[in-house]
Ligand binder design. Structure first.
Ligand code: FAD
Length: 185
């Protein structure tokens, strides 16, 4: 988004792409049920020294998703597909936190994806402005938490494009494209 917006309009949005690695870990034999969805194991987010989140086993039976909320800066067009940030710390965290019921030495599976981080971790939802005025609508920079808002963001973007204003009580000012102009960090 940063490159596209800059190319078409010259506007610089200080979005930082981060490569985030999602890991799945093997639950030790006999304990699969303890970590399965529908049981007691929660979806969790742990904000101690290391920010770790995870979900019960669902998409891959016998594997549990445990991820560290940290990434390396990347160029989306020349991805390095690195090992992931703070993986060794994550292993120690799993070892310490799951009473030995999860194989912590190596993950079974890794999925590399990206966050597009804005400086305040909030979205950019606005008209492009400048030469383009209200003819172009921009939505992006969802900073790792855009999925849950997809229905309302989709509606707002469509209404901005068609009607020029969002319906209801939605105030999009906090998501303005120009809010970083005087304070890009
Ligand atoms: C590991 C991880 C965990 C996450 N967890 C959560 C969570 O728990 N809750 C939450 O709310 N959000 C979460 N998110 C964030 C959420 O997934 C994103 O904020 C959201 O998907 C962004 O939506 P988007 O439509 O802007 O971008 P994307 O979903 O990235 O969609 C962009 C689309 O554009 C396409 N595209 C790219 N370039 C081009 C091109 N040149 N031409 C045509 N098409 C192109 C891509 O293929 C893609 O389909 C998570 C993200 C990651 C990576």
């Amino acid at each position: 988004m940063r490159k596209l917006v800059k190319k078409v309009s010259g506007v610089q949005i200080p979005i930082k792409p981060l490569e985030i690695n999602v890991f799945y870990w093997k639950v030790k034999e006999g304990h699969e049920g303890d970590f399965a969805i529908g049981g007691d194991f929660p979806t969790f987010s742990s904000h101690g020294g290391l920010h770790v989140f995870g979900t019960p086993s669902l998409e891959y039976p016998g594997l549990v998703k445990v991820v560290v909320e940290a990434g390396d800066t990347c160029d989306p067009d020349k991805r390095e597909w690195g090992p992931g940030a703070k993986v060794e710390e994550l292993k120690e965290w799993i070892k310490k936190s799951f009473n030995g019921f999860v194989e912590w030495r190596e993950p079974v599976m890794k999925q590399a994806c990206m966050y597009s981080m804005t400086p305040d971790h909030d979205y950019v939802v606005d008209f492009l402005g400048g030469h383009f005025g209200k003819d172009v609508v921009v939505g992006g920079g969802f900073s790792g938490h855009g999925f849950k808002m997809a229905p309302v963001i989709g509606r707002v973007l469509a209404e901005l494009a068609v009607d020029g204003v969002p319906s209801g009580q939605i105030d999009i000012k906090p998501f303005g494209i120009g809010r970083f102009n005087n304070s890009p960090k």
